[in-house]
Design a protein around this ligand. Structure first.
Ligand SMILES: [Zn+2]
Length: 266
């Protein structure tokens, strides 16, 4: 009888301890499973967060591009990311009263928006180091200065026998109508070779322009009016006109062989 009791008790103990082990195993298993679920959820949240962050970046880029094209003066005056992307052309005029907040005189009487001082100086210095000789022939031009240039060019055509309206059309091909010139942004520079100063297609064959066309994007500049894109930009090939757009955009525009208009989707 005593033995049986002992056996019962032992069985009970075994059963109980087994139960305890089972409970512990159960808890451990639950913790283990919970851990896996939590890790999976965390990974899921992480990838969702990364996706949302990317979407936010993409949306910001889209917004910047929209502002660059449609609120150009306001966007240019601010320092929001993408300010250098502003589009100024015949269909996207710049407020005639716009002037850069701070100018930097890159050469005597040739100033640019002070925000592009560093990349412009670096590009010109590197070109010089490469044994080239060039200078900035034109930079920031106010609305009034642009009007003077436009009128003078139009007068040349009239003197060559063109009727005023035809002279206006001819002038428009090489000089932006006042209010539609990129030079008013302070982000555009006309750079010409010291040994060949004519503003014609042959300017593009100088060693200076060949170097600039190849390297300008590294400094955030683009050749703004390429030869095969006159129908997009509305301006004929200008191998001397470079425009600062920022390094990221310049790289993309260079690699894809597109214009600022195409980059902005305008
Ligand atoms: Zn120019």
């Amino acid at each position: 009888m005593r033995k049986k009791v002992n056996l019962d008790q032992r069985l009970k103990r075994v059963f109980l301890s087994g139960g305890v082990v089972g409970v512990i195993a159960g808890i451990l298993f639950t913790v283990f499973v919970a851990d896996i679920i939590i890790s999976r959820k965390e990974a899921e949240f992480e990838s969702q967060n990364a996706k949302l962050a990317q979407e936010k970046v993409d949306l910001q880029h889209q917004l910047n591009k929209y502002n660059a094209a449609h609120n150009n003066a306001e966007f240019l005056a601010g320092n929001e990311e993408g300010w250098a992307l502003v589009l100024v052309n015949e269909t996207h005029p710049l407020d005639t009263s716009y002037a850069p907040a701070e100018l930097y005189e890159v050469e005597s009487e040739r100033s640019v928006d002070a925000r592009i001082r560093e990349p412009l100086d670096r590009m010109l210095a590197d070109a010089e180091k490469a044994g080239l000789s060039m200078y900035v022939a034109s930079a920031y031009r106010s609305y009034d200065q642009q009007r003077t240039v436009f009128n003078a060019t139009m007068q040349d055509w009239i003197e060559q026998g063109y009727m005023p309206l035809d002279a206006y059309d001819e002038t428009k091909k090489s000089v932006a109508v006042p209010g539609t010139s990129e030079h008013a942004t302070g982000l555009a520079v006309d750079i010409i070779a010291s040994e060949y100063e004519a503003l014609d297609d042959r300017q593009g064959e100088t060693a200076e322009q060949i170097w600039l066309m190849e390297h300008c994007w590294e400094y955030g500049f683009i050749l703004r009016y390429p030869p095969e894109k006159a129908d997009v930009t509305g301006i004929i090939f200008e191998p001397w006109h470079y425009r600062y757009v920022g390094e990221e955009a310049a790289k993309e525009i260079h690699e894809q062989n597109i214009t600022l208009e195409e980059y902005l989707g305008e």
